[in-house]
Design a protein around this ligand. Structure first.
Ligand code: HEC
Length: 243
């Protein structure tokens, strides 16, 4: 009788190894190779909705000393609280690429995320990439600047979004250049955008938008500039609050 029960138990165990709710955790990924550099392929500097997945996956390349893709290197992703990655780690494919879907946190702002891999000597290589979550006003500002400003302020010209940046006699700054924009307070920015460069002794190549854009549009563009600023913009009020 006892023997019979034992056989039954063993049978149940064997069957249950296949049960999904008893499935053991997926085995840890094992790197079969290692690279010597990490680079962004695509999907950095995206603007997403708070708490939602970004529109494009983040794709990073694992390269060897010659800049060729390495297959089989383990890449792990990490970010601030509230940021999720699917998958959180993966092995690079035959092009040396690893792709992950990033969900940003619940509040609007900048989300620095990291891709990490280990080189041949066991040293960790870090790659920092910035993603962003934009609230309503910042998203509006993004659209306004795409329509009116990026044709001069965006250093990257693409077929979809042509930029004249390289052909301007005086180079404007791309809006993420915090070292320039953080020195200008909201009143300065409003004045340059409304009245053009000469309002702040800058070049007249910077046109006046006071009659094209509403005050709300201008405030939205400024909110966007503050959001994408790198190094981050610290509003004067925030600094006082911290003291
Ligand atoms: C036709 C090209 C052109 C367009 C379009 C344009 N800008 Fe500019 N902008 C410039 C140039 C050139 C400068 C640099 C002026 C200087 O340094 O003397 C500049 C400077 C600025 C500055 C001062 C900081 C800096 O980059 O040097 C701000 C702020 C600015 N622009 C905002 C905007 C906004 C916002 C828009 C869209 C609403 C816009 N610009 C559209 C050409 C342009």
């Amino acid at each position: 009788m006892t023997r019979y029960l034992l056989i039954l138990e063993m049978l149940a165990l064997t069957i249950c190894t296949g049960c999904s709710h008893h499935a053991p955790p997926a085995p840890a990924l094992q790197a079969t190779a290692s690279g010597s550099a990490l680079a962004v392929s695509s999907g950095d500097k995206q603007l997403g909705t708070p708490g939602a997945p970004l529109p494009q996956p983040l794709v990073v390349d694992v390269n060897d000393d010659q800049g060729n893709g390495v297959q089989g290197a383990l890449v792990k992703f990490s970010g601030p609280d509230g940021v999720r990655f699917d998958p959180a780690e993966a092995l690079s494919d035959s092009n040396g690429e690893v792709s992950t879907n990033v969900t940003v946190g619940d509040s609007s702002g900048r989300y620095p995320v990291e891709a990490i891999t280990t080189d041949k000597k066991g040293k960790a290589l870090h790659l920092e990439v910035n993603e962003m979550a934009a609230g309503y006003q910042e998203m509006l500002g993004y659209q306004v600047q795409r329509k009116y400003c990026s044709r001069c302020h965006d250093p990257n010209s693409t077929p979809e979004q042509v930029s004249n940046y390289d052909n301007l006699a005086v180079a404007p700054h791309s809006f993420d250049q915090g070292n320039t924009f953080n020195k200008l307070d909201d009143a300065d920015l409003t004045s340059i955008i409304s009245h053009g460069g000469p309002a702040m002794n800058l070049s007249a190549l910077m046109p006046a938008y006071g009659s094209t854009l509403s005050k709300a549009d201008i405030r939205a563009v400024i909110a966007y500039i503050r959001l994408v600023s790198n190094p981050p913009f610290e509003a004067p009020g925030m600094v006082y609050a911290m003291r």
